[in-house]
Design a protein around this ligand. Structure first.
Ligand code: ASP
Length: 333
């Protein structure tokens, strides 16, 4: 029988309501959660690992790198066919994407969690864990990169985002849709993954800012990051990749200070492009040296920029290639 490593890493899946606080807090150990996944012994041998019990807003990019190293070591073992990781859903997409960019392995790595704690009716943790383990033992899941598994749906880490603060089916891939489902413990893939990008590096540059554009904003926040010595800034621009004219001077100052500036859209779907020529429009930004992050949400573009800065030793032109040219290229894993 195949053996799966389940790495417990906190989130609502390991929480229950503290009666004094009347709110959910970390409580359950991995083994306690595994005991609720009844019948899984008919499918796989489970090896439980306790990595952390953190709520996901506590998880830092450095923690994500440590988790990546931890998983890589497990994947080296011949007796392990795949890894399942639990994670709070709030920052799950950031960790999943970092793992996808940094782990080179054909073995399935599945990230899961829960939207309801163990104190709530309809606690979804055990069902999500069961579906994730079924995916980890599936031959078809090999070579598909890191997958996110909740609510019986499989989404690629490179494509997925959290779309709803409460729904059990919160994880959506706005551009590409789910890659597959887990139905009656059977894994069914609809398609292959679209993006196959690797940024293998041992280090991460964490001094990277994220700014969301809103009407009437000026350059103050950009200047804050310049003064902080940030090495990169991701700007969630409006629509097709346009910013208020009052932010343009700040972007220019950032680029002159050799900061990598990546533009994505604050829209849920669609990519940024240099369509508009007015001041603040994408054309002028591109001519100024801004890097286009295309369809990615800001929080994921930030993770990618953190890795790309170290990977390229802060070479802006190589970072531009990573964002603008490599995204759709297939890289042999
Ligand atoms: N706040 C929780 C966390 O991300 C939410 C969850 O796990 O779904 O840790």
């Amino acid at each position: 029988m195949k053996k799966v490593a389940v790495v417990f890493n906190g989130g609502t899946i390991s929480m229950k309501v503290d009666p004094r606080l009347e709110a959910a807090v970390p409580s359950l150990k991995g083994e306690e959660i595994m005991n609720m996944v009844t019948g899984i012994e008919d499918y796989a041998k489970i090896e439980s690992h306790e990595f952390s019990n953190d709520p996901s807003p506590y998880i830092t990019p450095n923690d994500m790198m440590e988790l990546s190293r931890y998983i890589k070591n497990i994947l080296k073992r011949e007796d392990i066919c795949g890894v399942v990781v639990t994670h709070g859903t709030d920052s799950l997409e950031e960790t999943a994407y970092l793992l996808d960019l940094t782990i080179k392995s054909d073995k399935p790595v599945i990230i899961t969690g829960a939207m309801r704690s163990s104190s709530e009716l309809g606690y979804d943790g055990p069902a999500n864990l069961a579906a994730s383990i079924c995916t980890a033992i599936s031959e078809e899941a090999r070579g598909k990169g890191v997958l996110v598994c909740l609510n019986g749906e499989l989404n690629c880490a490179s494509e997925v985002t959290k779309s709803n603060s409460t729904s059990l089916g919160t994880f959506k891939s706005p551009i590409f849709g789910p890659i597959g489902i887990v139905d009656s413990n059977q894994v069914i893939f609809y398609r292959n993954k679209v993006i196959n990008q690797l940024l293998e590096t041992e280090n991460i540059e964490t001094n990277v800012g994220l700014i969301k554009c809103a009407s009437g904003m000026d350059s103050d926040i950009i200047d804050f990051y310049i003064n902080k010595g940030s090495k990169g800034i991701v700007i969630e621009a409006m629509g097709r990749g346009n910013i208020p004219p009052t932010m343009v001077e700040g972007v220019k100052r950032a680029i002159d200070s050799k900061i990598a500036v990546v533009i994505v859209s604050r829209c849920y779907e669609g990519r940024v492009l240099d369509t508009y020529g007015y001041k603040g429009g994408g054309k002028g930004l591109r001519n100024m040296g801004v890097i286009f992050g295309y369809f990615m949400p800001g929080q994921k573009a930030r993770i990618k920029l953190m890795l790309a800065l170290k990977k390229t030793n802060y070479d802006i032109e190589k970072i531009r290639e990573i964002f603008e040219n490599d995204t759709y290229n297939y890289v042999t894993r």
